[in-house]
Design a protein around this ligand. Structure first.
Ligand code: AMP
Length: 510
């Protein structure tokens, strides 16, 4: 089975049902399942006429809009591979991706052409691939001459690549994670079951479609289920709340930054009635327990937190029908296996900390044309089974089996031989009224090797003495930050993920 076969189920079962309802300001449009797939197949025929072949890469530099879905379905229909590029990327990052995966076609919007031409003109670049702008895409996908029924599409195998997703990268250059139809299918079928997706679901989706969260967790699950996606170009507080208040909306997926903003927005309003909502999910970054609690108080909904990554799709999730425990990411999703290991690769006992490894059909095949990084990202257990090394540090609760993430392995601070997980200090700082955001990094220290320093964003002024005495009272002395710096905002990437490497080690902060 491939993704086209999966989506064909909904297309056959409910052709007249809205698949995508799009709104961006005054702009509104809607596509039924029949219309979506008809347009995708006409475009697929057009792509073949234009020379796109099985295995070719087709890059997208596109915002959230129905054409993204049409083009994606067309690309996989001809057995080609979609490469969505993060819309926040600028010239250097775009050049890197284009050079790395060498797409035959780049689909974009007219407003982006200048930036892309600069990226293509980069000294190191080989120029731009063939460009297709949305207006042209619309013309192809509605063309009366392109008859999909008379086009013979190539056969697509379950192990063929469906997409290469460049990791949003919290450090270094982005790498292309190769995901097959089968990899994505595994995540989608696991989530459909675990979160009890229903055909009547209407998912409010304002997460970018270029990232696995919006793309796999959002768009794919909805289309596979035959549900409706309320696609939005981005998160905007007022509009999002209006959309949530629409009694037909049932699902909302977001990153923690969005929930923090929603909480701030809802606090200032009269009580809202969101009882019709079936599920709020969070992922891509840690949801702080304060936000979890405040959201529940304001809306009556316990956010369901899950954990996944570009390379693996979704791995773990709190239970839909079971406890949703703040500060945890729950248990492995159907079909996912996990281990937590120490520095030697040996499994640790439940309750002990270590690196989280995962295995399952959801796990990618490797990084595009990078055998070295691919080899480094997998390890083998004593029985020879292969495991993906997530780089995330985790601890499993011995009695419930729920997993808590402690931070990234490379962010671990070691001070005088003691391990410090930045997240523990960040969570404590966030309990202090007036602190909106906190990030802790290690600063080189002649005596201790490293010492923690904190960066905070304050909503209202908070005195140093209050923060230091809170840390001294609640934490071991080696964990108390040596300095606390106030900043206007923390550097985050498009998914709201903190980019700690941009904070420096505190020496640069004023
Ligand atoms: P990405 O590939 O951009 O999806 O980033 C994956 C990384 O995001 C993971 O390796 C984790 O470090 C982080 N992440 C994803 N979900 C969560 C979560 N619920 N809590 C904490 N970190 C998360």
């Amino acid at each position: 089975m491939n993704l086209i076969d999966l989506f064909a189920i909904a297309r056959t079962r409910s052709p007249h049902k809205p698949a995508i309802e799009f709104a961006d300001g005054e702009l509104r449009s809607s596509l039924t399942y029949a219309e979506l797939f008809d347009r995708a197949e006409r475009l697929a025929a057009g792509l073949m006429a234009r020379g796109v072949r099985h295995g070719d890469r087709v890059a997208f530099f596109l915002g959230n809009r129905p054409e993204f879905a049409i083009a994606y379905l067309a690309v996989i229909r001809v057995g080609a591979v979609m490469v969505p590029i993060n819309l926040r990327y600028r010239q250097r990052e775009i050049t890197h991706i284009l050079q790395d995966c060498m797409p035959v076609l780049l689909i974009t919007e007219q407003s982006q052409v200048e930036l892309l031409e600069d990226a293509g003109a980069d000294d190191a670049g080989d120029g731009l691939p063939d460009l297709m702008v949305v207006e042209e895409l619309d013309a192809w996908s509605t063309s009366a001459v392109l008859e999909s029924s008379t086009t013979e599409f190539p056969r697509v195998a379950a192990d063929d690549l469906a997409m290469i997703l460049y990791t949003s990268g919290t450090t270094g250059r982005s790498k292309g994670a190769m995901l097959s139809h089968n990899n994505v299918l595994a995540t989608v079928t696991g989530l459909l079951n675990a979160w009890a997706w229903e055909q009547n679901d209407r998912l409010l989706l304002c997460l970018p479609l270029f990232h696995t969260h919006g793309l796999t967790v959002g768009l794919h699950c909805a289309l596979a289920m035959g549900a409706t996606v309320l696609l939005r170009s981005k998160y905007t507080p007022g509009t999002t709340i209006e959309d949530l208040l629409d009694k037909r909306t049932t699902l909302f997926f977001a990153v923690p930054t969005i929930y923090t903003r929603l909480v701030a927005e809802l606090r200032g309003q009269d009580a809202v009635n969101l009882r019709h909502m079936r599920l709020f999910c969070s992922g891509s970054a840690p949801l702080d327990p304060e936000t979890f609690g405040e959201f529940e108080r304001l809306t009556g909904h316990a956010i369901l937190e899950r954990y996944g990554m570009t390379e693996t799709g979704m791995n773990l999730s709190n239970l839909y029908a079971g406890p949703r425990v703040p500060g945890t990411v729950g248990v492995p999703l159907p079909g996912v296996r996990m281990r937590i290991v120490d520095g030697t690769g040996a499994g640790v006992a439940a309750g002990e900390e270590g690196e989280l490894l995962v295995a399952g059909s959801n796990v990618f095949g490797g990084y595009w044309q990078d055998t070295e990084k691919t080899a480094a990202s997998f390890s083998h257990d004593a029985g020879g089974a292969q495991w993906f090394r997530t780089g995330d540090l985790a601890r499993e609760d011995p009695s419930t089996g729920y997993v808590a993430l402690l931070g990234r392995k490379h962010e671990l601070i070691i001070s005088g031989g003691f391990n410090i997980y930045p997240r523990e200090i960040e969570e404590l700082l966030l309990t202090c009224p007036g602190i909106a955001e906190a990030a802790v990094v290690g600063r080189p220290d002649a005596e201790w090797g490293e010492c923690p320093v904190a960066f905070i964003v304050c909503e209202t002024p908070v005195a140093d003495e209050i923060l230091f005495s809170l840390c001294r009272a609640q934490l071991a002395s080696f964990k108390t930050p040596k300095a606390i710096f106030r900043v206007e905002s923390l550097p985050r990437n498009a998914m709201g993920k903190l980019q700690k490497h941009l904070l420096g080690d505190g020496n640069l902060a004023s």
